[in-house]
Design a protein around this ligand. Structure first.
Ligand code: RP5
Length: 162
């Protein structure tokens, strides 16, 4: 068992700068997450073990980031009953379009909730919102976060008018 509710995995350590935004959201909402490098292509056995055991270990949501031929989120989704959120990491040659298409074009039956290219922050927030459906305290925190977000827009408007 693990105390982490969110599993954040990525295909390579080169994905970490992008995935840090998801880790930061977990920290902000005081939710423990586990972070691991799990490559669909370079460590396929580790990917199978991770995905098949995650729900038994207490993980509730998996965030999976990958770039290029980004098969990690889809393969993990096929191996776990947990919701999987995919983060297309911007790739060196095709600016992440390849990552996006690889992650978003899942066949019917095996969904991956795909965020925008590089937007690991939204992946973290979506994971928090999923957990908040069964956690009233967390739901309140999500509502407070939204109020802060709205207030920051209004503060900018006020500055504009000065
Ligand atoms: C993917 O290949 C990883 O998710 C990463 O985005 C990409 C490149 O990996 P490295 O060659 O930088 O390790 O599996």
């Amino acid at each position: 068992m693990t105390n982490s509710q969110i599993g954040i995995i990525m295909g390579s350590d080169s994905d970490l700068p992008t995935m840090q935004d998801a880790i930061a959201v977990c920290t902000d909402f005081n939710i423990q997450c586990e972070v691991a490098i799990v490559s669909a292509h370079r460590t396929p056995g580790r990917m199978f073990d991770y995905a098949q055991s995650a729900h038994q270990r207490g993980i509730k949501v998996i965030i999976a980031g990958a770039g290029g031929a980004a098969h990690l989120p889809g393969m993990v989704a096929s191996l776990t009953p947990l919701p999987v959120i995919g983060v297309p990491v911007a790739s060196r040659h095709l600016q992440g379009l390849d990552s996006l298409y690889s992650i978003v074009q899942m066949p019917a039956g095996i969904p991956v909730a795909t965020v925008a290219i590089g937007n690991a922050k939204n992946a973290g927030l979506l994971a928090v919102q999923i957990l908040a459906t069964s956690d009233g305290e967390l739901l309140t925190k999500v509502q407070q976060y939204r109020q802060t977000l709205a207030q920051s827009v209004m503060d900018k408007q006020t500055k504009l008018e000065q």
